[in-house]
Design a binder for this molecule. Structure first.
Ligand SMILES: O=P(O)(O)OC[C@H]1O[C@H](OP(=O)(O)OP(=O)(O)O)[C@H](O)[C@@H]1O
Ligand code: HPA
Length: 187
């Protein structure tokens, strides 16, 4: 199970972003190229882990997009992208994103009260991105049916758990300057 994901993570190069050891992987960066077999393995696995009770998929720009596209095509459910630039539409919500290596703004459009949303993203690390998104969705009145993230590193999942938010992940890794090691992988 998740054989291609496992192998590809073990081969991921590491670069420094300040003090942060950043792994580079097809799912999280589109570099090296994302092979359809890996995308298929990951999205099929995701669909086995989530409830099918959602009417919108939410992807965070940029690397939530290929995952959301594949899930959308398999389920027939539309997806919205949380963008890094504003459109100035009525009702647009701005939130501040902070990761282990960057700070910026994210903009939510077309999510309304009563929506049942599946959140999908490539990586959770500090959890900063999802903490900001979750509180915005709560304000809107949307219901999150599941939050699924492919790759987990750092303490973001426990940080969200302390806030009573459950995040499912396919694989937990540790990253050092020597490379990626697998701590846990979903069967
Ligand atoms: O748990 P956190 O510390 O918040 O980090 C996770 C976020 O970092 C990455 O996004 P990034 O802003 O690098 O965007 P990208 O998808 O364009 O690479 C990733 O896609 C998550 O959204
Ligand atoms: O180390 C990383 N690599 C790729 N994407 C990421 N998003 C948060 N951390 C990382």
């Amino acid at each position: 199970m998740l054989k291609i994901l496992r192998e590809s993570l073990l081969n991921a190069p590491i670069v420094h972003r300040g003090k942060y050891h950043y792994f580079i992987h097809p799912i999280s960066d589109g570099v090296p190229r994302l092979e359809p077999e890996l995308l298929e393995e990951v999205t099929e696995h995701i669909l086995g882990m989530v409830s099918r009770d959602f009417d919108k998929i939410i992807a965070i720009e940029a690397m939530g997009i290929p995952l959301a596209t594949a899930i959308s095509m398999k389920t027939g459910v539309p997806f919205c992208i949380i963008r890094k630039r504003p459109y100035g539409l009525e009702g647009e919500i701005k939130l501040s994103q902070e990761t282990g290596y960057s700070k910026g703004e994210l903009y939510i459009n077309d999510i309304s009260e009563g929506d049942r949303v599946l959140i999908v993203d490539d990586v959770i690390s500090t959890g900063g991105t999802l903490v900001a998104l979750m509180s915005a969705l709560k304000r809107v009145g949307a219901t999150v049916t599941d939050t699924i993230v492919v790759i987990e590193r750092g303490d973001g999942v426990s940080r969200l758990k302390e806030m009573d938010i459950d995040v499912k992940t396919l694989v937990r890794i540790d990253v050092t300057e020597k490379g990626v090691s697998i701590e846990d992988i979903h069967e």
